[in-house]
Design a protein around this ligand. Structure first.
Ligand SMILES: NC(=O)C1=CN([C@@H]2O[C@H](COP(=O)(O)OP(=O)(O)OC[C@H]3O[C@@H](n4cnc5c(N)ncnc54)[C@H](OP(=O)(O)O)[C@@H]3O)[C@@H](O)[C@H]2O)[C@H](O)CC1
Ligand SMILES: [K+]
Length: 442
């Protein structure tokens, strides 16, 4: 079972740190020890070079050096200068070995980057980031303490270039950058060292979903009726409706003015669209919609839950139009901007602002998909294969989420579950998959 792991912003991390009953010195001790242990497990007994910055990330490095030396590892330390924080100064004093200079130290098979963590405020000086890149290049394994130095912890932006790491050891909790582009692709394996803080769980990495059980007295309507509104290009809705049928909906119905090729025989095509049917668990509108804005208007006249995808998102026009609707929106970046405009802040900030403005659950898709709720909950997708970026996979996701919603899951939970299952289906389908192949793995 893959538990939802908390994700903390820099501000939330500082609060958690301040509230930790064990105190900051012990937190640093645990962080350094966790870094040493994770590095040993990953790299074995290879000689290591630890780069220490001026702040507490550097402090973690001095602690890790002591712990590695206690394990008999040949470890060297190189610093940018003397530590500037009290905690790091104390950690430096407990390191009994020599301290070289980052500018002229020689490389080692394992490079451990403890230059900067959550306190990074700007890009590294060019001479320093070039030094970091070259020391990483000359090592066999590069390990980042908390975050690669150069990454903005809250947004995942690269403030200066970073090498590709093999391992990143996050302290206490994941930070947004561990699950946001572009930083997430350069961190290698990401592990969390438990340092004993209490983490707020409103932001989290989406874990294995708990799906509703099928009751012994279930019938097709109680298991969830998905009503799809097919548009000008019904092939897209064929994918969505098939995905809904394969995601446990009891009954999938498609309103269409002409026969649709490729639907499973169990999916029913109907000529009319009676959306006041109280048995409808979720309406799906958008995939293959084309220029039929009236279908969105029709969906919005119904009080039933709905998933609004693809072209239908742009047709909403004003996010306030969704207030009072029980809606899940599934935009990619282009659709997001067309409806919500250019919002400021990180992708996380933007997703939350969009959820608040519309009152809808927002699935902000991409290599770093986020699920935002109007009440401030935010799910970050675990990494999914890059080969998911192919035509039709969004139609499949929309159908999956509609089915999970129709099965009675709350909107936010259904969206998170759909995103998680979609990523895992892609892993099973393999690198040459097309969207249709996902259906076999739902
Ligand atoms: N959160 C926890 O529970 C724990 C975290 N720990 C570790 O501490 C770091 C965060 O430590 P902090 O001291 O806040 O920050 P950093 O070490 O990342 O860096 C701060 C210093 O770096 C200077 N700075 C910032 N950006 C640059 C830059 N581009 N170039 C040069 N110098 C820079 C900054 O000084 P300025 O005044 O010049 O801005 C600071 O001196 C966290 O990531 C964990 O690794 C602890 O172990 C305890 C538990
Ligand atoms: K670091």
């Amino acid at each position: 079972m893959n538990e939802a792991r908390p994700i903390l912003s820099v501000a939330a991390m500082r609060d958690a740190e301040a509230a930790a009953p064990c105190g900051l010195t012990e937190l640093m001790e645990r962080a350094g020890r966790g870094l040493a242990e994770a590095t040993c497990r990953f790299a074995g007994p290879m000689p290591a070079l630890i780069l220490c910055g001026p702040g507490n990330n550097g402090g973690d490095g001095y602690v890790a050096a002591r712990c590695l030396a206690e394990r008999g590892i040949a470890v060297r330390v190189a610093a940018l200068g003397e530590p500037t924080s009290d905690l790091a100064r104390a950690a430096r004093q407990h390191w009994e070995g020599p301290v070289e200079r980052v500018e002229n130290c020689s490389p080692a098979p394992v490079l451990i980057d403890c230059l900067f963590g959550t306190g990074l405020k700007r890009g590294l000086d060019p001479s320093l980031h070039e030094r970091l890149l070259s020391l990483a290049q000359e090592s066999h394994l590069a390990v980042a303490a908390d975050l690669p130095s150069g990454v903005d912890a809250d947004s995942g932006a690269l403030l200066s270039p970073i090498p590709d790491y093999h391992l990143t050891v996050a302290f206490g909790a994941l930070k947004p950058a561990h699950r946001l582009m572009p930083a997430m692709t350069q961190m290698g394996r990401v592990v969390v060292a438990n340092i004993g803080i209490e983490a707020d769980r409103r932001w989290f990495e989406i874990g294995t979903p708990a799906l509703p059980a099928v009751r012994p007295d279930a019938h097709k309507y109680s298991r969830g009726l998905v009503h799809c509104l097919a548009g000008e290009m019904p092939g897209a809705m064929a994918l969505s409706a098939s995905a809904a049928a394969r995601s446990g909906a009891g009954y999938v119905r498609v309103s269409t003015s002409r026969p649709i090729a490729g639907l499973p025989r169990s999916v029913v095509e109907v000529g009319d669209a009676r959306l006041d049917d109280p048995r409808i668990g979720c309406i799906l509108v958008g995939p293959g919609l084309g220029h039929l804005p009236q279908l969105l208007t029709l969906a919005l006249t119904s009080n039933r839950p709905k998933v609004i995808d693809a072209e239908a998102i742009s047709l909403v026009g004003d996010p306030a139009r969704l207030r009072g609707q029980d809606a899940i929106l599934t935009p990619h970046a282009g659709e997001f901007e067309r409806l919500f405009g250019t919002l400021s802040g990180s992708k996380a900030d933007q997703a939350l602002a969009a959820a608040e403005a519309s009152g809808a659950v927002i699935v902000f898709k991409g290599a770093d998909t986020l699920v935002a709720a109007p009440d401030g909950r935010l799910g970050f997708a675990p990494p999914a294969p890059a080969w998911l970026a192919t035509a039709g996979t969004g139609d499949v996701l929309a159908g999956m989420i509609a089915a999970l919603r129709a099965r009675g899951m709350a909107a936010f939970d259904a969206a998170c579950a759909g995103v998680w299952l979609h990523g895992r289906a892609a892993e099973h389908a393999g690198p040459d998959m097309i969207a249709d192949d996902l259906l076999e793995h739902l």
